[in-house]
Design a protein around this ligand. Structure first.
Ligand code: HEM
Length: 120
């Protein structure tokens, strides 16, 4: 748990998340593999999604809304969608100057939610 907390703090806390979210968001919306899922999602929700996703990856403040299963119900997300989102997260973190080691830690965390998110 200490390691998780320090990753969030290490990369700059809330301010880092906001910048990474902006970059991540632009990439997700430009990617035809995944942007269709957000076509009917309102902007506020989308923003919450990106922030929750990245906060979780960094071990920051936890999202307390609907369960991952419920949040993705009806989307029937497939591995390629998950991988595309993970790739954009990695790239946004690289652009922000986060080390590859820390990025791998973040991607491992995110991968642990795969079962909760896919095929719902
Ligand atoms: C670890 C992985 C993920 C996490 C932590 C996560 C987190 C969340 C959260 C917290 C919400 C609810 C947002 C809200 O209602 O305010 C949500 C909804 C959503 N997620 Fe994810 N997500 C993940 C993976 C994905 C993937 C791979 C996709 C595919 C492109 C995706 C697409 C969506 C969409 C479209 C919604 C909105 C559904 C709606 O409009 O009700 N998510 N996600």
């Amino acid at each position: 748990m200490d390691t998780e907390k320090s990753l969030y703090e290490k990369v700059g806390g809330q301010a880092a998340i906001e910048q990474i979210v902006d970059d991540f968001y632009n990439h997700v919306l430009a990617d035809d593999t995944v942007n269709k899922f957000f076509a009917n999602t309102d902007m506020k929700k989308q923003r919450r999604h990106q922030t929750a996703f990245i906060s979780y990856a960094l071990g920051g403040p936890q999202y307390t809304g609907r369960s991952m299963e419920k949040a993705h119900a009806g989307l029937n997300l497939q591995p390629e969608h998950f991988d595309a989102i993970a790739k954009h997260l990695g790239e946004a973190m690289t652009a922000y100057g986060i080390s590859q080691d820390d990025i791998n830690t973040a991607l491992d965390r995110v991968a642990s939610l795969k079962d909760a998110v896919l095929y719902k």
